[in-house]
Design a protein around this ligand. Structure first.
Ligand SMILES: [Zn+2]
Length: 428
């Protein structure tokens, strides 16, 4: 076992929403063993001392809507046609980058080939490759004509499709059982359309209740979790009716949808992924999507509705988490912490609330809320040492130079280059 590690002289931002305090934190093995809310109170005997020189120590962040296998391409076909061998290597590389960027937990929200997520999760857990704690998703399961069905009339082969196409409850059951056999943690259903695919826009809904019920019966039987791509109000309601726990997007809501979300707030999580809506409107011109084209695709209408929906969820206490749909050309991987800034700028969260969503709620969506997501005695030592005050500027959380150290399970994924004290002395 490695020596204990003492983070001394740090500003502890514990993830609960409590105001930061100066102090020190002792890590032993995988866990936080002691915390002091004053400097120098913890004995450092035998411990490696990291002098934070006033840097912020906070819990590792959670990305609630992760697609390691999206390969920063501008189209679904560009992701899907990457050969499997390269795709595995890509995912491994991206997993390492997320961890080093401060995301010590990631919730898989669908992968581009059947076993990509499972293989990467297993390799991380076995210590073969570095990466965050990871919940492995299935491919997207969809129906003909909906988001994820990329087959062409003259090329009706499943390998050409981004998602797995099913028709009817029994085909759904078979697809779900296949992914459960492979060992996924969650099954992803595309309940609504998406403005990215004009034949199935965001406000449309696609699956029958019989199909969703068959999927969720299998999911429950194996003790796993259902997740949904649900942009339309009807699809959010359908997800809630069937006990789906993680709802992605939830852009369009009506009063009934919001009431249902509020009633289920202790068991559901919403991970909207609003950055991609913003990017499609304002940052995708280089990929042929001008603002005018994005408006014609429906993105301005969706953005306006999503902001109102998510503000209402925030007011009603629904757990809304940052992250989502990074891995396209217009939303490249590892800018994910930008979502925290968007929560403040567009959704009315305070910086403290945005951080709590990425940490406290992150532990909960990882199904480890009793030992992950906040800095507490006995909790898993997933920690970030950040140069500066994220409450004053959330942007530092997406600046690699400001992430001084990343720890997962008590081990440095990114070790401090030298003590922050020396670093700051040099800077002075
Ligand atoms: Zn997604």
């Amino acid at each position: 076992m490695t020596d204990p590690i003492l983070f001394a002289n740090v500003r502890i931002l514990d993830g609960t929403g409590a105001h930061p305090v100066s102090g020190s934190v002792l890590v032993e093995g995988k866990r936080i063993r002691a915390m002091s809310r004053s400097n120098g109170a913890l004995a450092s005997g035998g411990a490696l001392v990291i002098d934070g020189a006033g840097a912020t120590l906070m819990p590792g962040m959670c990305e609630a809507h992760t697609h390691f296998s999206w390969n920063d391409a501008a189209t679904l076909a560009g992701i899907q046609t990457m050969p499997l061998e390269e795709h595995v290597l890509w995912c491994a590389k991206v997993a390492k980058r997320y961890l080093e960027a401060g995301f010590t937990s990631c919730v898989g929200a669908a992968c581009a080939k059947p076993r990509l997520d499972v293989v990467i999760r297993n390799a991380i857990d076995a210590g073969q490759i570095p990466g965050p704690r990871y919940l492995a998703a299935s491919q997207e399961i969809t129906v003909l004509g909906a988001l994820g069905d990329e087959t062409l009339p003259h090329l009706p082969f499943p390998e050409f499709s981004f998602g797995v196409n099913v028709s009817g409850a029994e085909e759904m059951r078979k697809a779900v059982r296949m992914f459960l056999k492979y060992g996924v943690d969650s099954i992803k259903l595309n309940l609504s359309g998406d403005n990215f695919t004009p034949q199935s826009p965001a406000e449309t809904s696609w699956m029958t209740d019989a199909e969703v019920a068959a999927a969720m019966e299998e999911v429950r039987m194996r003790g796993k979790r259902g997740t949904a791509h649900a942009r339309s109000a009807e699809s959010v309601k359908q997800a809630l009716r069937h006990g789906i726990q993680v709802i992605y997007h939830a852009s369009f809501t009506d009063e009934e949808t919001l009431d249902m979300l509020e009633a289920a707030k202790d068991r559901v999580f919403v991970a909207p992924g609003i950055a991609i809506l913003y990017a499609m409107l304002h940052e995708a011109e280089a990929y042929g999507i001008t603002y005018e084209k994005a408006c014609a695709m429906g993105y301005q209408i969706e953005w306006d509705h999503a902001l109102e929906s998510l503000k209402a969820m925030h007011r009603r206490g629904v757990r809304v988490l940052p992250g989502g749909d990074y891995g396209f050309a217009f939303t490249p991987h590892c800018q994910n912490a930008r979502d925290l800034e968007f929560f403040v700028k567009y959704l009315g969260f305070t910086p403290m609330e945005a951080i709590r969503c990425a940490t406290l709620y992150g532990g909960q969506i990882m199904m480890r809320g009793n030992e992950l997501g906040t800095i507490q005695d006995g909790y898993l030592a997933d920690l970030l040492l950040v140069d500066g005050d994220p409450l004053a500027s959330l942007a530092i959380l997406r600046d690699p130079k400001r992430i001084l150290a990343v720890m997962k399970d008590g081990e440095f994924a990114k070790a401090p280059e030298f003590s922050a004290q020396r670093r700051w002395e040099h800077a002075a």
